[in-house]
Design a protein around this ligand. Structure first.
Ligand SMILES: [Zn+2]
Length: 223
């Protein structure tokens, strides 16, 4: 050792003995304490095909290990997942990542964009809209590169710290305004007051700051 740096034997760090498996790291949102054994049973029933395992690590994070990459992919593509309607934030990690350091402030959702003309259902438009809402991942298009239906289905990384968006006003270069709306697939618990994922209205801290009015009949968000 010199200057507090420890010399590792040559080749040890890069040896061929690596973790076997395909990994995800996740965290269950909500204020409740959860029963990890019950959680494991539910997840095994939902996900297990070729073998999987779990470990509870620090700060309530859960490390998932799959024997087969296809199982991991099915879990990611089949999400978002929830337990008792509480969102399970899930992110894919690789062997060289440390699960404690992965940003769990966003997770993937499928969103339907409504009120778009068929001619505007294309990848470039989907990418623009997706990146306004969060992090664009993918869009369902036909082989000709066009959306084909009444809505455009986009996969987006949504920040759990930001309110969900219901509509968006688009100003085109021609100066025309157009309003599009969104619906979310498999939406778990979220707050009808502040629109954020991870808590329900009775646990919302924003109500104390925003001047909550008990007589207000119309909430800013709804099912
Ligand atoms: Zn809230």
């Amino acid at each position: 050792m010199s200057n507090g740096v420890f010399m590792m034997p040559l080749g040890l760090w890069h040896s061929d003995i690596t973790q076997q498996g395909y990994f995800l790291v996740g965290k269950l949102l909500g204020r409740h304490t959860f029963n990890f054994e019950a959680f494991k049973t539910t997840m095994l029933n939902s996900f297990n095909r070729r073998g999987m395992d779990f470990r509870l690590i620090e700060e309530g994070r859960i490390l998932f290990r799959f024997n087969h990459s296809l199982d991991r992919r099915k879990v990611m593509e089949g999400g978002p997942w929830a337990l008792d309607k509480n969102l399970l934030v899930l992110r894919q990690i690789e062997e060289n990542d440390n699960p404690a350091h992965i940003d769990l402030s966003w997770t993937d959702f499928y969103i339907h964009v409504h009120d778009l003309p068929l001619s505007r259902m294309m990848k470039e438009i989907a990418t623009f809209i997706g990146n306004q809402l969060g992090i664009f991942c993918d869009v369902d298009l036909n082989r000709g590169g066009q959306g084909w239906g009444s809505s455009l289905r986009i996969r987006i990384g949504i920040y759990i710290t930001k309110p969900l968006r219901r509509i968006m006003k688009l100003c085109t270069t021609m100066g025309e305004e157009s309003v599009i709306s969104f619906s979310y697939e498999r939406l778990p618990n979220f707050c009808y007051w502040c629109g954020k994922l991870g808590h329900i209205m009775k646990f919302c801290d924003c109500q104390y700051e925003d001047g909550f009015d008990e007589s207000q009949e119309q909430l800013p968000f709804g099912p």
